[in-house]
Ligand binder design. Structure first.
Ligand code: NA7
Length: 484
C-alpha cells in the first residue's frame, strides 16, 4: 500500500534485523500483514553483526541460544561448540533468513533517524537517514539492548595518532596486532574474551583495568554427536523449561591461576557482589597475565588521565602504544531507542520522557507513544535472561496484540500512565530486594556519564513475567487504552 505521494504505508515497520526483528517479521508476515524491516547495517544479525572482535562468543550455551518457534529448524541446524562463536551465530541467523525467505522484506543500510506519531491518522511517519519516508500503523523497535557502543569518555582520545578500535564495532576485515604494542581499555566480557587472543599477536600488551570482573572458565569444547542428538530428541521439553529460566553459580580461583600475587590481587573483584555486574565466561583470561609481554595497570590505584598522541597516561606513567582497543561497553538498553528522534502524542520526545530514566509499561510499550512496541525494552527481563527466550516472548505477545487489534477493529493502543507508573514502581521494588542497585553497572546505566542511575531490567523472573503479560492480554489488554 502506498500514499498518493508514493511513500509506502505499512501495517508494521520493524527497526532492526537481529534475532528480534527477523522473528517479528516472520510472525507478522505469516498473518498477512504488510510489514518491512529496516536495518542500519549492511548485513543481518544486529548485535552479532557488529560485535565481531576476536573471541566474540555467546555466554549462553548454543543448544539453548537458538529459536524455539520451529521444530524443523531445531532439527536441521547443528551447533558445533558448547558456546557458539559470533561467526557461527551469524551463519545461523543467515540460515534462518534464507529458510523463511525473510530477505525480500528487509532494507539493509537504512538507518531510521526519526519517527513521529500522527494522532489524527493514528500512524507513525518514519524517516530514514537517506531521506525516505515510511508510513506505518505500528512501529516495532527491535533495536537490541547492547547495540550502541559507548564512546570512551577519556580526555584526548581524538588526539591519538595510531589506530583505535571499539570491540562493539570491530572492522569486518579483522585486525592483526602482530608485532605491535597494544593498549586495551576495559575488562568486561568483551575485553575478557578478546585479551587472550590479542596477547598471541601483540609484542607488548598493556591492559587498563578500572574494575576487576568476576569471570569463570567457559569450559568451551566441541559438542559431541551424542549430546547433539540427545538434545534434538528432547528439544520440545527443554524449550518449555527454558521459558521458566534459571541462573548459574560461580567458582573463582584467580589466585591459583596468576603467578604474580600482586597481579592476581588486582584481578580479584572486591568492589561489588557477585552477579550485580554481568559475570563473564573466559578461555584462558587470567593465565594471559602470566606472559611476560602482558601487563596490567590497575586504574583504581593509578587513574587514567588522558590519551596522548602516542599512548595512554595514568597518574603514574605514560604507556607508549601503537594501537588502542576500547572494550568499554555499551549505552545499554535505552541507547538505541533514544538515538532515534521518537515523538509521541503532543510531539513529546522519548528522550525527554526518559530524561530521569526509562519509563515503560512491561518493557513493551510507553505511555503517550501509541502503537509503538519495544522488543526486550527496559523494565522487562531482557538482559537478565537468555535473550532469545525473552525475544520470542515479546515478539509473540506483540504479534498477538496486533492480530487482536485487527480482528477487533482497533486502530490505536496506548499504555495508560497509571499502569505504567505501577509497573515502574513494581520493577523498582523488586530490584530493590536485590543487590543490583549497589553496583555501578550498565544494568544501572551508571557506565555512561550523565545517564540516570536506574535499574533498567526486571528481575521478577522470566516465567512469572510471561504469565503476567499473557494474563494482561487475556483480559483485553489491561492497562492499555484501545481505540476503534
Ligand atoms: P562492559 O561489561 O560494560 O565492560 C566495559 C569495560 O570497560 C568495564 O571494564 C569498564 O570498567 C571499562 N570502562 C568503560 N569506560 C571506561 C573508562 N572511561 N576508563 C576505563 N575503563 C572503562 O562491556 P562489554 O562490551 O565488555 O560487555 C557488555 C555485555 O556484552 C556483557 O555484559 C555481556 O552481556 C555481553 P567499569 O566496570 O565501568 O569500571
Amino acid at each position: 500500500m502506498t500514499e498518493a505521494d508514493g511513500s509506502p504505508q505499512l501495517d508494521a515497520l520493524i527497526v532492526g534485523a537481529g534475532l528480534s526483528g527477523l522473528y517479528q517479521l516472520k510472525t507478522l508476515r505469516d498473518l498477512g500483514f504488510t510489514v518491512r524491516v529496516v536495518e542500519a547495517a549492511k548485513g543481518l544479525g544486529g548485535t552479532w553483526y557488529w560485535n565481531r572482535y576476536p573471541g566474540a562468543r555467546c555466554d549462553v550455551e548454543s543448544l539453548s541460544y537458538s529459536y524455539s518457534f520451529s521444530p524443523e529448524l531445531e532439527q536441521e541446524w547443528t551447533w558445533t561448540e558448547k558456546y557458539p562463536t559470533q561467526p557461527e551465530i551469524l551463519r545461523y541467523i543467515q540460515h534462518v533468513a534464507d529458510r523463511f525467505d525473510l530477505l525480500r522484506d528487509i532494507s539493509l543500510s537504512t538507518r531510521v533517524t526519526s519517527a513521529v506519531y500522527d494522532e489524527k491518522a493514528r500512524r507513525w511517519t518514519v524517516t530514514t537517514g537517506g531521506g525516505d519516508v515510511i508510513g506505518t500503523r505500528f512501529l516495532i523497535m527491535a533495536t537490541g539492548c547492547l547495540s550502541v557502543s559507548k564512546a570512551p569518555e577519556i580526555p584526548g582520545a581524538e588526539r591519538f595518532q595510531g589506530p583505535t578500535y571499539h570491540t562493539g564495532h570491530w572492522p569486518h576485515e579483522g585486525v592483526d596486532f602482530t608485532g605491535q604494542r597494544l593498549g586495551v581499555i576495559g575488562t568486561g566480557s568483551s575485553g575478557i574474551q578478546s585479551i587472550p587472543i590479542f596477547a598471541r599477536q601483540a609484542s607488548e600488551m598493556t591492559v587498563f583495568q578500572r574494575t576487576p570482573n568476576f569471570s569463570m572458565p567457559a569450559g568451551n569444547r566441541p559438542l559431541a554427536a551424542q549430546e547433539i542428538s540427545d538434545m534434538k530428541e528432547n528439544y520440545r521439553d527443554w524449550r518449555g523449561a527454558q521459558r521458566a529460566s534459571g541462573f548459574g553459580v560461580p567458582v573463582d580461583k584467580i589466585r591459583a591461576k596468576v603467578a604474580d600475587p600482586e597481579v592476581a590481587e588486582a584481578l580479584c573483584p572486591t568492589s561489588f557482589p557477585f552477579g550485580t555486574k554481568r559475570p563473564c565466561l573466559d578461555t584462558g583470561y587470567y593465565e594471559t597475565f602470566n606472559a611476560e609481554h602482558v601487563h596490567l595497570v590497575d586504574l583504581r590505584k593509578t587513574p587514567l588521565q588522558e590519551i596522548t598522541e602516542s599512548g595512554i597516561r595514568t597518574s603514574e606513567s605514560t604507556y607508549e602504544v601503537d594501537a588502542i582497543v576500547f572494550a568499554t561497553g555499551f549505552d545499554a538498553m535505552t541507547g538505541a531507542l533514544t538515538a532515534v528522534d521518537i515523538r509521541g502524542k503532543g510531539g513529546v520526545a522519548l528522550k525527554e520522557k526518559w530524561g530521569e530514566g526509562p519509563r515503560s509499561y512491561l518493557g513493551l510499550a510507553v505511555a503517550g507513544f501509541p502503537n509503538l512496541f519495544t522488543i526486550t525494552g527496559p523494565s522487562s527481563p531482557s538482559v537478565l535472561s537468555n535473550m532469545i527466550v525473552s525475544i520470542e516472548q515479546h515478539v509473540e505477545w506483540v504479534t498477538d496484540c496486533i492480530r487482536y487489534m485487527r480482528d477487533n477493529g482497533r486502530t490505536e493502543i496506548d499504555a495508560t500512565t497509571g499502569a505504567e507508573d505501577d509497573w515502574v514502581s513494581h520493577v523498582e521494588e523488586v530490584g530493590n530486594y536485590t543487590l543490583y542497585p549497589t553496583a555501578d553497572s550498565w544494568y544501572m546505566g551508571s557506565n555512561v556519564p550523565g545517564k540516570p542511575r536506574v535499574f533498567m531490567a526486571y528481575i521478577g523472573g522470566v516465567g512469572p513475567y510471561a504469565d503476567r503479560i499473557t494474563e494482561i492480554a487475556r483480559n483485553g489488554y489491561e492497562g492499555f487504552a484501545l481505540k476503534t
